[in-house]
Design a protein around this ligand. Structure first.
Ligand code: NAD
Ligand code: UDX
Length: 469
């Protein structure tokens, strides 16, 4: 059997960083080097005060326990490739912005350039593991590139090992994953490579949770898992619209439906819409794959999950405008939360961005507060979302606050866009006293105790509840 002694991870992002830091923690006998072309990111991973480039609960502790011992961060990609027996490719695979498949297909050029680099510099055989989320059969392209460009005597085995961690709970998810999925060719070499990677995970993951399947099933399972998870949210959000129109309560509906053990209670939380770097991208990727395979009905089915999500965001913005007497022009609104979910500083595809863009189009004044998102990130996201406005124009309408209470001061309405726990614990009486009346709260995350807020005097609208203000 092949024993893995040195691992290289190409891509020090949200997946490569936490995943390989946890491997280093759980496998002290393995040396792990995480490399990236982005010097600033690597510098942050190496920073003396552990000011890491991403925020994840528990991550700092893992990096403190391993960095400099068996975990290293570097921009020397070639050296790390040459030394490793096993290489994770964990680079970004965003939706293509132009060319064939623009707006749907995955941009695979980062995966391809990492693969070409491996072929160019490797001087011994390697196991190459596709960690990035990719369309079905990408492993085949990687193998073709590696075999066409490698040095004599070098042999490459390709595995697919998609990552299922969710941001905000990445460390917990990595410590005890529901499953680890490894796809390989069903040849003897493929199976041996698969066993080598499985033995790395077996250092802490129970073997019955390590699933081994064919390469193409593994690649497709990742897209399928994300599509089905997002579909649950779009389903519950579609029902939330019916609840608001009928007086039903989405919490009660989700509870009643989720009690059926075949449906299950998790991931049925109505919201202002799902965000994050994965769901939309991976579904669009599946839509594109279906279309390329001449399966238009399948493509249309999955596309609807994304369309429902767009509808939910639009619907929420419209509720705010309608409720505030059909105009928010010149009004002051606090938006609490900018990250796409709680416990992360990540803003990719955050519904907060869409909502603020809609409010800016109505010429409202917005004050934003998020406990983890950097100010520069907020300006960058809003500039990208509002290409018709200059940053100066945006800054005339948007203010960034440093606490929730400060953000809400003198506002006419509060919009809860991210389910940060601290928003539940705000001193709502003080907030109320300092607001313009009538004071409105729009809860896009089923977060607050609406009855308690109404007792204070707020007018409260909660997503998926048809009750009166
Ligand atoms: P990211 O953008 O945070 O990180 C990717 C990193 O790869 C960047 O730092 C980039 O500089 C680096 N990179 C790109 N090309 C490179 C090259 N040729 N050599 C060296 N470094 C290179 O992305 P992420 O969120 O970590 O996602 C990575 C992959 O994992 C994607 O395919 C994504 O779909 C998938 N995924 C993400 C999540 C998530 O929660 N973010 C979960 C599961 C799977
Ligand atoms: C997701 C998948 O969960 C994970 O397995 C995969 O590896 C990457 O994509 P992530 O995007 O990090 O993870 O977070 P997730 O917890 O799935 O939330 C995605 C979005 O859905 C967030 O905006 C969240 O607020 C929203 N959501 C989630 C809901 O609106 N309702 C829910 O019930 C659950």
């Amino acid at each position: 059997p092949i024993t893995v002694k040195k691992i290289c991870c190409i891509g020090a992002g949200y997946v490569g960083g936490p995943t390989c830091a946890v491997i280093a923690l759980k496998c002290p006998q393995i040396q792990v080097t995480i490399v990236d072309l982005n010097q600033a990111r690597i510098d942050a991973w190496n920073s003396a005060n552990f000011d890491l480039p991403i925020y994840e609960p528990g991550l700092e502790e893992v990096v403190r326990a391993t960095r400099g011992k068996n975990l290293f961060f570097s921009t020397n990609v070639d050296k790390a490739i040459q030394e490793a027996d096993l290489i994770f490719v964990s680079v970004n695979t965003p939706t293509k912005k132009s060319g064939v498949g623009a707006g749907f297909g995955a941009d695979l050029h980062y995966v391809e350039s990492a693969t070409r680099r491996i072929a160019a510099v490797a001087n011994s055989s390697k196991i190459v593991v596709e960690k990035s989320t990719v369309p079905c059969r990408t492993a085949e392209s990687m193998r073709t590139i590696l075999e066409a460009n490698c040095k004599p005597g070098c042999h490459f085995d390709i595995l697919s090992n998609p990552e299922f961690l969710a941001e905000g709970t990445a460390i917990q998810d990595l410590f005890s994953p529901d499953r680890v999925l490894i796809g390989s060719l069903q040849t003897q070499e493929g199976k041996d490579a698969c066993a080598a990677l499985a033995s790395v995970y077996a250092n802490w993951v129970p073997t019955e949770r390590i699933l081994t399947v064919g390469l193409w099933s593994s690649e497709l399972s990742k897209l399928a898992a994300n599509a089905m998870l997002a579909q649950r949210i779009s389903s519950i959000n579609a029902l939330s619209a019916i609840c608001e129109a009928t007086g039903a309560n989405i919490d009660e509906v989700a509870h009643a439906v989720g009690y059926d053990s075949r449906v299950g209670p998790k991931f049925l939380r109505a919201s202002v819409g799902f965000g994050g770097s994965c769901f939309q991208k991976d579904i669009l990727n599946l839509v594109y794959l279906s279309e390329s395979l001449h399966l238009p009905e399948v493509a249309a089915y999955w596309r609807q999950v994304v369309e429902m999500n767009e509808y939910q965001k639009r619907r929420f913005s419209k509720t705010v405008v309608d409720t505030l007497f059909n105009t928010i022009t010149g009004k002051h609104i606090a938006v609490l939360g900018f990250a796409f979910k709680a416990d992360t500083g990540d803003t990719r595809e955050s519904p907060a961005i869409t909502i603020i863009r809609d409010f800016l189009a109505e010429r409202a004044y917005i004050t934003v507060y998020d406990p983890k998102v950097e100010e520069a990130q907020i300006w960058q996201d809003l500039s990208e979302a509002c290409p018709d406005l200059t940053l100066e124009q945006i800054k005339k309408q948007v203010t960034i606050a440093h606490s929730a209470v400060e953000a809400c001061k003198s506002q006419e309405a509060i919009v809860i866009a991210t389910e940060w726990k601290e928003f539940r614990e705000i001193d709502w009486q003080t907030v109320y006293d300092n607001m313009t009346k009538p004071a409105f709260v729009f809860d896009g995350r089923l977060l607050v105790d609406a009855d308690k807020l109404r007792q204070i005097g707020f007018k409260v609208k909660v997503i998926g509840r048809g009750e009166r203000l």
